[in-house]
Write a protein that binds this ligand. Sequence first.
Ligand SMILES: [Zn+2]
Length: 248
Amino acid sequence: MFSLATDAAPGRSNEDFVLATTDLAVVVDGAGPGDDCAHGVSWYARQLAAQTMSALIAEPDLSLADGLARGIHAVARLHIYSCNLSSAETPRASVGILRIGTESVDTLTLGGCTVVVDTDAGPQITSDHRAGAPAAASDPKIVASGALCNSYPYTWVRRAAVLSDGASWLVDQASGYDWPLYLDLLDQHGPAGLIQHVRSVEDSDPTGTQYHRAELQDDASIAHAVLTGRSHRSTGPDSPLDLSRTES
Ligand SMILES: [Zn+2]
C-alpha cells in the first residue's frame, strides 16, 4: 500500500505529479520552460505519470524501463501534431518508479527523483544527481541510455519510498539527515507530515546558508510504501546478504 503527498513550491503551480496503485508508484517532477508546448509542464507531468502507469498496469511483467519508454512515447503521440517536440523548450521531467512485486521490489529513476529501498543491509538508493542528468522529454530512447534500474528480493525489503528532489534535498543535497533517520520521520509523520517538515526547514533557512540546496523551494512529492504484515528485521537469516526466501 502506498500513501502519497505532493506540495507545490509556495506561489507556483505544481509541476510534480504522483500516482499509485496498491503496489506501484510513479513520481514525475516536471521541468523546463515548456514554451513550445501549448499544454505546459504540469500537463506533461500528469500525462507522463498516467501513461506510464497505464502501460505498467496493462502488462504487469513489463520492465519499469519499458513501461516508462511506452509512457514517453504515448505522451509524445498526444501532442506531436500540435507542439514542437524537437524544441529544447519542450517540457521534460525526472521520473521515479517503485514496484512492490511478490518476488522482487523494482526501482527506476531517470534524473533527479530518488527511490530509496530500506533493506536489512541498509538503505539502497536509486538516484541520478549528476549535473545535466538525463530527463524524459519526447524521445523514449532516453530510457535505455539514461535510466537507472535496480531490483531487490522482496524478503529483503523493510520499507521504501519515491521522492522528487524537492522532498529529498534535505538528505542528498544538504546532508541535514541520513536516510535511516529520514525514513523514520516518514514512518512517523507520513508523506504530508514530512513535506511539512521540509517546508519548515526551508522557512527557517530562507537563503540556504545553513542547508545548501539547488532550489530554495521546489515542488515536493513523496510516495511511501507501507509494507504491511512484515515486522522489521524479522525475515530470519543473520546475514543480510542471504537471499534465501523465508516464510513471514
Ligand atoms: Zn504540447
